[in-house]
Design a protein around this ligand. Structure first.
Ligand SMILES: NC(=O)c1ccc[n+]([C@@H]2O[C@H](COP(=O)([O-])OP(=O)(O)OC[C@H]3O[C@@H](n4cnc5c(N)ncnc54)[C@H](O)[C@@H]3O)[C@@H](O)[C@H]2O)c1
Length: 449
């Protein structure tokens, strides 16, 4: 007969096994809970390190910090460049003088923008450029200005005024004190060929910039380029800021006039401090190839004939040519006297400054006289072709009254046309590598037209 199993022994063995399992589980739980704490700490530290490197605090202003956090939700991390890009943005816009400004200069690769950026940087302000490097005129000239700015430690972000996420990101990275808004579709005649570019940059782009600026915390003060062209067919002489500006002669002028009205709205609703500057035919080194003094120089040197306009009543067309250094002084004067915006985060907190100034030279010169000065400087006779002004948006004359700018920030133009043109010609022949003795035959080497 088989012996019955010893049940008491089996029971003892099972109890012993259960006891051993319990001990192992407890040991495991104890060991893993000991590891869990340092592991969590390590992950947290790594995360903090990552965010500190990528997005270090820029301002002690609690409002700015709040604004930064609210912006995180709009996935700003993916906009612009990476950490190195942000470092460049921050380095470029950090002031180097006590109480210096942090200025966003739009159109920094442009003629006026490049000069203003250098001047601001030289006196110790932080400057960040923004430009889309469009091909309205030879982009290689814009690239050359960009290289010049690089030597002065000014970084230009390549982007469009209409790129809201990019602008938002820039304001997120830098608490700009000022915006010097010079980016625009310039030129009167081109508006007949490409009207939409004026609407896109001068109206939609301006509104986009104002939308971002009004929501920023702190709101920057904005100084922006209007134009003498807003006077249009005005017959008062000289042009004063109180004169009527409701007869624009070109779409360009109409968009600048619209800009002045839009500025009024953003000042009224959101408390943005806004200063519009009406420039009068700015000229000088690093100038714009689409402007008469520039292409006259090129055509005279190439032996091509040039068209000189006379008015419909057979009078000479005249312009209040203003030298770039004088305009730069005016721009900086406007920036220095711009009061802070009063709003924050899109809400107006009080009345804010709203201004408009003429920046001209106060002495109009007939275009025929401009040509004879150039002939003297280039030692070359121009082939002149005098024609009646076509209806292309040009106005017969411009003449600035600058009393207001003089009173408010000491604006006083000091460069006459022969002096300014001689500086321009010196730059032109140097930039395009033209030998002084061979000017008649030599063509500009790096100009696309
Ligand atoms: N130069 C003058 O005689 C004169 C006269 C009156 C008014 N203004 C105004 O002064 C400002 C500066 O003029 P400028 O002579 O230096 O012209 P510019 O064409 O040399 O400079 C404008 C710059 O803005 C950039 N830009 C244009 N649209 C842009 C956009 N949507 N986004 C980003 N960048 C853009 C261009 O690439 C260019 O580099 C302009 O607003 C112009 O309308 C100039």
């Amino acid at each position: 007969m088989p012996t019955p199993p010893d049940t008491s022994k089996t029971l003892k063995l099972e109890r012993y096994n259960t006891y051993l399992r319990k001990i192992h589980t407890t040991k495991l739980v104890n060991a893993s809970s000991k590891l869990l704490f340092p592991a969590t700490l390590l992950v947290a530290l790594l995360l903090i390190l990552f965010f500190t490197i990528t997005y270090p605090p820029l301002s002690d202003n609690p409002h700015h910090r709040l604004h930064r956090h609210s912006l995180l939700s709009t996935s700003l991390f993916s906009v612009g460049g990476g950490a190195a890009w942000e470092k460049q943005v921050r380095r470029s816009s950090t002031p180097r003088r006590p109480n210096g400004f942090s200025v966003l200069v739009t159109g920094a690769a442009g003629f006026v923008g490049s000069h203003c950026s250098v001047a601001l940087k030289k006196r110790g302000d932080g400057v960040l450029g923004l430009d889309n490097f469009n091909s309205y005129y030879d982009p290689s000239l814009k690239r050359a200005r960009q290289n010049l700015l690089k030597k002065h430690q000014v970084f230009i972000v390549e982007g469009d005024l209409n790129d809201a996420p990019l602008l938002r990101k820039l304001f997120y990275v830098v608490p700009f004190t000022h915006v010097l808004h010079l980016a625009a579709q310039a030129g009167v005649r081109y508006a007949m060929q490409n009207p939409q570019s004026y609407i896109s940059s001068n109206i939609a782009g301006f509104v986009n910039l104002l939308e971002i600026a009004k929501a920023a915390n702190p709101q920057p003060a904005i100084v922006w380029a209007s134009s003498s062209s807003v006077y249009g067919l005005n017959t008062e002489n000289p042009f004063s800021e109180i004169d009527r500006t409701d007869k624009p002669a070109s779409l360009y002028a109409a968009t600048k006039k619209a800009g002045e009205e839009i500025a009024h709205t953003y000042n009224h609703i959101y408390g943005l401090s806004l200063t519009g500057l009406r420039f009068f035919t700015v000229y000088g080194p690093w100038g714009r190839p689409d402007m008469a003094y520039f292409f006259f120089t090129k055509d005279i040197l190439q032996g091509k004939s040039i068209e000189i306009y006379k008015t419909h009543d057979q009078k000479e067309v005249a312009r209040d040519f203003t030298y770039i250094d004088d305009v730069v002084k005016g721009c900086l004067g406007a920036v220095d006297t711009a009061e802070k915006s009063t709003g924050s985060g899109g809400e107006k907190k009080g009345k804010a400054q709203l201004r408009v100034y003429n920046l001209g030279n106060t002495s109009p010169v007939p275009v025929g006289r401009l040509v004879s000065i150039l002939e003297g400087l280039l030692k070359t006779k121009a082939k002149k072709h005098v024609i009646t002004m076509p209806r292309n948006g040009d106005v017969p004359f411009t003449h600035a009254n600058v009393t207001l700018a003089h009173t408010d920030f000491g604006y006083k133009p000091t460069t006459d046309l022969p002096t300014g043109l001689s500086k321009f010609v010196k730059w032109y022949v140097g930039y395009y590598g033209i030998q002084p003795r061979a000017t008649k035959e030599t063509q500009p080497t790096n100009e696309s037209g």
